[in-house]
Design a protein around this ligand. Structure first.
Ligand SMILES: Cc1cc2nc3c(=O)[nH]c(=O)nc-3n(C[C@H](O)[C@H](O)[C@H](O)COP(=O)(O)OP(=O)(O)OC[C@H]3O[C@@H](n4cnc5c(N)ncnc54)[C@H](O)[C@@H]3O)c2cc1C
Length: 370
């Protein structure tokens, strides 16, 4: 008999498992996928750590989380500085002095601020849709070239038909600073995320290709308590209805050349290009293999926004009223399960960045074990 059965070997499950073991508990981890690490899974192909479920850049201001996770991996100095490609014109992101210089030829912050101010005036009353909201914040040029097409592809709708609340703020930097995340700590684990999660799970029994919900009775009988990090609605057999997600589709390509786009992330901000962005994975680790050698090939992933339907990989929870209310009902059922802890992005139907999911798992283990 195990003390804990942990369903899911993503960050939440792996951290819970590690802490339980460290506190002398016996643990069994099961995952329905053929690999550990959940959505942060990286697979080494041609010496390149490919982020299989989307690009993952670790960033946090939480010192405790940083000190914790760096016990399991060394992080490199990767800084996220995406580039926007609008019909072949390249712009620096997030919006900063490099962007404004390229857009208008302005040189000083005063000139850039004056240009934005002048263009914002186009909207006089209360913005009625996302287009008006964006123009009222940063002006028409930035909206047309860097926001419109990208947003329309992401939502599959015209910006004039989207509500204003989707964009509350559009930070503008009047400095030459293209570090996307304003985080104190940032980087990519050297050797990939999978290795980091394997270190968390060191010495712990893991059964892959094991769907808990298909074998619930048999697996429940093995442990005193269950930590469940799968979808909360699936746990209850969707009896109150299905929670919705937004999805992304990835198309990976191995290219026989050393450098495709010279940056990890390039956003395609026109409406005509069907993909929203291209990730070139090798640049997360500066184009080198684990021995520091230059890699001769490259792997790119084109990302497409796609409608989610039941059975698809769940990516981003939809934080609208309908789904929020349905989750609240499922949460009541979850709270009534005495021996089950629901955690992580699917168990709590919540968008968590990696640092937030680590913080949440640590908080839960502290409550439990300390
Ligand atoms: C496209 C995308 C990009 C992201 N980029 C970033 C980023 O750049 N930076 C950042 O900080 N965060 C990013 N995130 C967030 C990050 O992925 C999450 O914080 C993290 O993966 C959450 O870990 P988790 O353990 O909660 O969930 P998961 O990683 O999803 O783990 C859940 C696990 O449970 C397993 N499971 C589910 N059901 C069952 C079942 N019935 N039986 C057995 N096993 C089951 C699954 O197979 C999975 O392995 C991104 C998320 C997405 C979707």
């Amino acid at each position: 008999m195990y003390d804990y059965l942990i369903v899911g070997s993503g960050l939440y499950g792996a951290i819970f498992a590690h802490e339980a073991k460290a506190h002398g508990k016996s643990v069994l981890v099961v995952d329905k996928r053929p690999n550990i690490a959940g959505n942060v899974y990286t697979e080494n192909i041609e010496g390149i750590n490919v982020h299989k479920y989307g690009a993952h850049i670790f960033h946090t201001n939480n010192k405790k989380v940083w000190q914790y996770i760096t016990q399991f991996a060394e992080f490199n100095r990767f800084t996220n500085s995406p580039v926007a490609n609008y019909k072949g014109e390249l712009y620096s992101l997030p919006f900063n002095m490099y962007t404004f210089n390229k857009m208008w030829g302005v040189v000083t912050p005063e000139e850039a601020a004056a240009k934005i101010e002048e263009q914002r005036k186009e909207i006089t009353g209360e913005p009625q849709n996302l287009e008006e909201q964006a123009i009222s914040l940063v002006g028409r040029d930035i909206y047309e070239k860097l926001i419109k097409g990208y947003t329309e592809k992401q939502w599959g709708r015209d910006c004039k038909e989207l509500p204003t609340f989707i964009i509350k703020r559009l930070p503008v930097r009047l400095t030459f600073d293209n570090n996307y995340f304003n985080a104190l700590y940032q980087g990519i684990p050297v050797g990939g995320y999978t290795k980091m999660v394997a270190n968390l799970l060191d010495g712990i029994e893991v059964r892959l290709n094991t769907d808990y919900l298909e074998r619930k009775t048999e697996l429940d009988a093995l442990a005193e308590k269950v930590v469940y990090t799968g979808p909360i609605d699936a746990y209850f057999d969707y009896k109150l209805g299905t929670l919705e997600y937004r999805s992304v589709r990835f198309e990976n390509e191995l290219l026989d050349k050393p450098n495709f786009q010279g940056n990890a992330a390039v956003n395609y901000t026109d409406r005509e290009t069907p993909w929203t962005r291209i990730i070139e994975h090798k640049w997360f680790e500066f184009g080198k293999d684990e021995n520091g050698n230059d890699l001769p090939k490259t792997i790119i992933s084109r990302e497409y926004s796609s409608e989610w339907k039941p059975g698809d990989e769940p990516y981003y929870p939809v934080n609208d009223e309908k789904n929020g209310a349905l989750y609240a009902e499922y949460k009541k059922l979850a709270d009534a399960e005495p021996n089950v802890i629901f955690g992580g992005r699917l168990g709590e139907y919540k968008y968590y960045d990696m640092d937030a999911v680590i913080a949440s798992a640590l908080e839960m283990t502290e409550k439990h074990f300390d």
